[in-house]
Design a protein around this ligand. Sequence first.
Ligand code: TRP
Length: 334
Amino acid sequence: MTRKISLSGVKPTGTLHLGNYLGMIRPALELAREYTSLYFIADYHALTTVHNGDDMRRMSYEITAAFLALGMDPGETIFFRQSDVPELFELTWILECFTPKGLMNRAHAYKSAMDANLAEERDPDAGINMGLYTYPVLMSADILLYGSHAVPVGQDQRQHVEIARDIAQAFNNNYGEVFVLPEAVIQKEVATIPGIDGRKMSKSYDNLLPIFAPAGKLRKRVMRVVTDSRPPEEPKNPDECNVFNIFKHFGAPEEIQAMRELYQRGGFGYGEVKQRLYETLERTFGQAREKYEALMNDLPVLEEILLDGSRRARKMGAPIMEKARKAIGVRYQR
Ligand code: TRP
C-alpha cells in the first residue's frame, strides 16, 4: 500500500532554539516514519519579511544543517528549498484565480497587520506588501502541488490549511477531482517550554536557548535561567521552576523523577540543577552540534541535498500540474 503524504514548511527567519526542536523538528522527524514526508524551507514565504539576501541564504543553510544533524535521513524525507520548484509559482497563479478576495481579507496574518495599523491610526495598508496579503495562496500551492494528505503545523497555521482546502474544493467543484483535500495535523500537546526569563521561549523575547550554540555559551545562558530566591534547604515545587520545566523535556524518565524528588526534599542550590540541565542538554545535542558545524563548513554538501530534494519534489508535483493544466485548458504535455 502506498503511504500517505505529509508536508510541512519552515520559514528561515531566526536562530533555531529548543522550542523549535520540541515543537517542530522532533515532530517532523517522527512523522517521517509514518508518511512519505516532504519538508521544505519556505524561503519565498520568508521574503515577505526577510529582505537581506545574506540572511536568507545563511538561515536556509542553518535549517538544512540542523535537520540533518538531528537525524533526518535525506534519502527518506524529501527535503528541499521552496524556491527550487518553479511549478509552485505557476500553480500559485492558477489558485489565485480561484481564491475569493474576501477570503484573503479574513486571513489572520493580514488582518492582524491591518488591525495594528488601525490601532496606531495609520493607513490600514501601511507596510503591508502583496506577498503578505497573498501568503495563504502560495502556501496553498505548497500543499496542493504534491498531493499532501496531512499538514503538520502549529495552531497558528490551521487557518492557512483550511484556506488551502477551500481553494482546492473550489477548483475541484469546477473541474472534477484534481487536488487532494489536505488536513491540518495539529499536535495536541505542543510542548511549550519557558525561555531563560520564564516567558514562552520565543525569538521576540530574546530568551532563547539555542540548539547549536557553543558549549560555553550554552552554559552561560543556562546559568541565567530565572529562579526564585528560596534558600537551598527549603523544599520547592518543581512545576513552578523554569529550570525543571526545561529539564523535563530532555532528561531520561528516571532522571526527571529523581529531580522532582530533589526539589520536594530541598537541600540543593539552583546552581546545581542548572549544571545538571546544562549537562543534559550537552548530552542531547553535543554530537549533533559537531555534525551541524561540520555541515555548515561544507555548503556544497547541503546544496546537493537540497537539489536532490527539489528534483524528487518536482517529480511528485509533475503529474498533478499536468492534470491541473489539462483541466483549465492551457498547454499540457501529454
Ligand atoms: N506558513 C508556515 C509558517 O509560518 C510555513 C509554511 C509555508 C508552511 N508553506 C507551508 C507550513 C506549507 C505547512 C505547509 O510556519
